[in-house]
Design a protein around this ligand. Sequence first.
Ligand SMILES: [Zn+2]
Length: 327
Amino acid sequence: MVIGIDLGGTNIKGALVDGEGAIIAKLETATRANAGPEAVAGRISGIITDLEAMANDRERRVPGIGIGVPGQSDQAQGTVIFAPNLHWHNVPLVKYLHRITRLPIFLENDANVAALGEQWRGAGRGSVNMVMITVGTGIGGGLILNGRLYSGTNGSAGEVGHTVIDPDGPQCSCGRRGCLETLTSATAMVRMAQEAIDRGEETDLVRVENLEAKDIFMSAEAGDKTAREIVNKAAYFLGIGLGNLINIFNPDTIVIGGGVSKAGDILFKPLRRTAMEQALDAPAAVVRIIPAELGNDAGCIGAAKLVFQAVESQDHYSLHRKGEIRD
Ligand SMILES: [Zn+2]
């Protein structure tokens, strides 16, 4: 059994996960990022201590801890380089956590970790080349290539949300214009709805308080013309993004995660149509585009997989270095 941690801007989730990817126990606490990195590390430590005790009750030893981080991390240094939601720059997270445990700790970007989880136990089971796109407030991406997580040269691969689809499009938080994230995220859909309302379009969305993407999908289902146009627009741009990914990576599976993955045919039909139009025939013939299955558990399960992967590949170098293996 290993411990998988999903460190988010709002909550920290932790799970005890067995070798089959099943969750044996789950804990959750508020992140309270305002209190600073050391305090957050203390809260993660609390979850680790409790989960380790649960493993010990079952007479199991925990060989390591995997952590999905909402940003970029440096595995070799054990630091979180940048996590905008937490306001973290160069935080020595592993050093803080080693105050309470000497177990090896593996850090990885949260979107990458979610991809790993879905490939292991979710919608991407059995997939060899898989792209996962998480569409929420922003857009995250993770790549599984030749059966393994591909993190890139310095851990920043898979930033699908910041591929530019329309150079004259809306301003993105990253400073560029027309990134996929500005055209198809939940935030983008709500912005489009607000713009339509401001233009005076006749739509049921006017009456929704604290409008969210799921309200737009519901109104679209109910036949609201404005809502339908927004969904089709979002599906169109996401489809262009997927077409590009299909042509570059020739994946067997694309998994769509995040809140929108529950939208069903109203999103997936136009999305698949555009993606297939944009992709070349050969890669289009072998790819399936499907919703994620693990929901909020993908992070913890994928984080746990980081540890199993290291053990399986007998990553003696990293386990040695972390003081775990003594022969
Ligand atoms: Zn961007």
